[in-house]
Design a protein around this ligand. Structure first.
Ligand SMILES: [Zn+2]
Length: 253
């Protein structure tokens, strides 16, 4: 079987529109949330299709922001979170969206455990997935995550392999929505035939869909979904579901 996964970060307002499209296509997905930042409103400055600078809304001054193009970066308020994401996998992205590489062990544990506790309470489930903020981690970070009961963690590096890596705490990406090769990579995956299970991890931030550039827009998101949804040989699910299914398959053989 082939498993296609969408993984979205930061809990943004655009996730509501994303989820409408996912539901219409009967697709699962993983949303990586920061429980201490619900409802936070910022602007995100971009160069090309890359969001590079977050500015709090109250400090945003359009006249002085002329070097970058800005889009909204609004996080969904806490009282809407449980309803918006119902039925989708929720994973941790640290409580406050910090790079764990710069954290002490104690702070690292606090960032992950408090996120797990709050999100777990809201969704009545154990949070065992993780996405590294800024894609940053070290070997010691992985040990900290293990101690918190994290089973898999998404990085920001890329692979051309359509397979689960040995080390689930270093899950690479197969695609990022904003990249020029995103559709081609998905097409390649959709056409691939294999005896073994195949896995594709596609990443995006909801705000990128608002850029309305050639490579970053809602239409491209829909086109990617159309390539994989509703096919008998592809399961469109969450990261956790794909990992469990592929691992269980392995136990049987
Ligand atoms: Zn993030």
């Amino acid at each position: 079987m082939k498993y296609f996964v969408w993984s979205f970060d930061d809990g943004l307002e655009e996730d509501k529109q994303i989820i409408r499209i996912l539901r219409k296509n009967h697709m699962g997905a993983t949303f990586n949330l920061n429980s201490a930042l619900f409802g936070k409103r910022q602007m995100i400055g971009r160069i090309g299709n890359l969001g590079i600078k977050e500015v709090p809304l109250e400090r945003f001054d359009e006249r002085r922001a002329s070097l970058l193009k800005y889009s909204i970066h609004y996080r969904i308020p806490k009282d809407e979170i449980a309803d918006v994401y119902e039925g989708f996998e929720i994973a941790s992205h640290t409580a406050e969206h910090v790079s764990l590489v710069g954290c002490s062990d104690a702070e690292c544990q606090r960032q992950v455990r408090s996120d797990q506790e709050i999100l777990g309470g809201m969704f009545h489930t154990k949070i065992s997935g993780f996405a590294y903020p800024f894609g940053r981690y070290r070997e010691t970070t992985k040990r900290q995550l293990e101690q918190c009961g994290i089973v898999y963690a998404r990085t920001a590096s890329f692979t051309k392999e359509f397979s689960l890596p040995q080390d689930l705490l270093e899950l690479p990406l197969n695609g990022w929505h904003i990249r020029k090769d995103a559709l081609a990579r998905v097409r390649e995956f959709a056409e691939a035939e294999s005896e073994r299970d195949l896995f594709f991890l596609m990443f995006a931030h909801g705000y990128e869909f608002d850029f309305q550039t050639k490579e970053s827009n809602f239409e491209k998101f829909k086109r990617i979904c159309d390539l994989v949804a509703g096919r008998e040989d592809i399961v469109c699910c969450s990261t956790g579901e794909a990992i469990r299914a592929i691992r269980e398959g392995k136990h049987e053989s």
